[in-house]
Design a protein around this ligand. Structure first.
Ligand SMILES: Cc1cc2nc3c(=O)[nH]c(=O)nc-3n(C[C@H](O)[C@H](O)[C@H](O)COP(=O)(O)OP(=O)(O)OC[C@H]3O[C@@H](n4cnc5c(N)ncnc54)[C@H](O)[C@@H]3O)c2cc1C
Length: 432
């Protein structure tokens, strides 16, 4: 059996691990156009702040790769020739396959406005972007950050840590309104202000102003100009669908796959940020841009490619991240609306989070230690845990396993509920 995998991200790597767990002899070739190969993309945030060296972002060693026993080819796949079952690379090389995985990930939406191509305008997709940002960042200089979700905040904090004066533009009246509620947004914003970030609400960027071909300022819709030396943006991402479209596969916002990660061509699979996967909790096919689901989808795809039929059951997505220095876990459906700063989906985000189920909200805690639950008749649909993380693991389990919480529902929804104590006690009871 000949396997071809396009994309050297976590979905592609997990697929190879899965194939090798059941097929020691098949030929595997992996093709990728990122010169840095496989590394932790979420880790780029910590590389920007200086907390991690770039060498710490590579999760596999040369020995790991040797044991996985595959051929690696650097390059971009240009065409999938479905009839011939072969891939065509940009340099004209042709690679035959019996089973193909498209794990091409997603890329940042471009900034489309005058001045977007000036030197000093940055996105954060790849290791090379992070390196370029660090080369350009200068202590005491000014940067304007535009966008929403986790990546815009990572840019803000990374550049702040490098000693830059940061202006953060928000189109609406609060940060990440599609996932956080008003109180949570305000907690994050207050911390950013304490760290020295200048926040601008209802601020819409209309032009990046150039000075000798370099960034010199940011013009806003109301005519205001913020002088700056750099502009960084994270306004959303788009799955890389070029190959799937060229091959005539079924796509919507991502490549549509069945529960075995198979596309409408039985020889071709898709996984990770590029795949649009059926979500039993919402009954829709959704996009995730999360490391964990990309890995699980890649693994399921690999097993199926090797003939071990295995359904990928999409669990309620969760992410443990840091927002303005505050560890935050987001689990299941928690959404509260629309985020004006992001078009579509952002990095580290899940479309599942944005749905708001019919549920009551239970919340407690202010400032740093805050928890919000979406409580249905019998189960918790979603949760946001900020600060103290002792509830993070129990809530991940309670949400993802759909555990019946009717016995504590009233306590959770009581006006002065001590949600933390109620959940911890309930969890201890379950474990016993
Ligand atoms: C800055 C940042 C912060 C993030 N934060 C979080 C977080 O907090 N939590 C979280 O869970 N997730 C986070 N993510 C998202 C997470 O990293 C992704 O969900 C995950 O990496 C997706 O893996 P993938 O294998 O699907 O795609 P990718 O990792 O994007 O890999 C796809 C690869 O395919 C290559 N490729 C594309 N087209 C072709 C082609 N035609 N030919 C050859 N190669 C091709 C690309 O160059 C790329 O190397 C973050 C990502 C970034 C960039």
């Amino acid at each position: 059996m000949k396997y071809a995998i396009v994309g050297t991200g976590v979905a592609g790597i997990a697929a190879i691990e899965a194939i090798r767990s059941v097929d020691a002899a098949g030929e595997i070739v992996m093709i990728g156009d990122d010169p840095h190969g496989f590394y932790s993309r979420p880790g780029l945030a910590y590389y920007l702040t200086g907390e991690l060296h770039d060498k710490a972002l590579y999760p596999r060693t040369a020995e790991d790769y040797r044991q996985m026993n595959f051929r690696y080819m650097k390059g971009r796949v240009k065409n999938v020739l479905r009839e011939a079952r072969a891939l065509e690379l940009e340099d004209q090389a042709s690679i035959p396959y019996d089973r193909l995985l498209i794990a091409t990930g997603a890329q940042a939406l471009p900034l489309e406005m005058p001045g977007a191509n000036l030197e000093g305008v940055f996105k954060l997709d790849h290791m090379d972007d992070a390196k370029r940002i660090l080369k350009h960042a200068r202590r005491g200089k000014t940067v304007v950050v535009v966008g929403g979700g986790i990546t815009a905040l990572e840019l803000t904090e990374g550049l702040l840590a490098r000693g830059m004066n940061v202006h953060y533009l928000l189109r609406g009246d609060r940060y990440w309104g599609s996932v956080l509620d008003e109180r949570e947004s305000k907690i994050v914003e207050a911390r950013l202000q304490v760290e020295g970030v200048t926040l601008h609400h209802h601020a819409e960027l209309t032009e990046v102003i150039g000075r000798k071909n370099r960034v010199g300022g940011a013009r806003l819709l109301d005519g205001k100009i913020i002088k700056c030396d750099m502009l960084a943006y994270a306004i959303g991402i788009r799955p890389r669908l070029e190959l799937a479209r060229q091959a005539g596969l079924e796509v919507e916002r991502g490549i549509l796959v069945d529960e075995c990660m198979r596309t409408n061509d039985p020889h071709i699979f898709a996984a990770g940020d590029v795949a649009q996967v059926y979500d039993p909790s919402s009954g829709r096919s959704v996009l995730d841009s999360l490391w964990g689901p990309a890995r699980q989808q890649g693994y399921a795809a690999g097993l199926n490619m090797a003939g071990r039929i295995t359904a990928y059951v999409k669990a309620p997505p969760f992410n443990v991240t840091r927002l303005a220095g505050l560890t935050t876990t987001i689990i299941g459906a928690v959404g509260s609306g629309h985020d004006e700063d992001v078009i579509g989906i952002a990095r580290g985000d899940s479309e599942t989070w944005r749905s708001l189920p019919e549920a009551m909200v239970a919340q407690s805690g202010f400032d740093v230690n805050h928890v919000r639950l979406l409580v249905g008749e019998k189960r918790v649909f979603g949760a946001v845990v900020m600060g103290d993380q002792k509830l993070s693991y129990p809530l991940q389990k309670i949400v993802s396993e759909g555990i019946d919480i009717s016995s504590i529902r009233e306590k959770l929804l009581a006006p002065d509920a001590r949600i933390g104590d109620v959940v911890v006690e309930f969890w201890a009871g379950l474990r016993n």
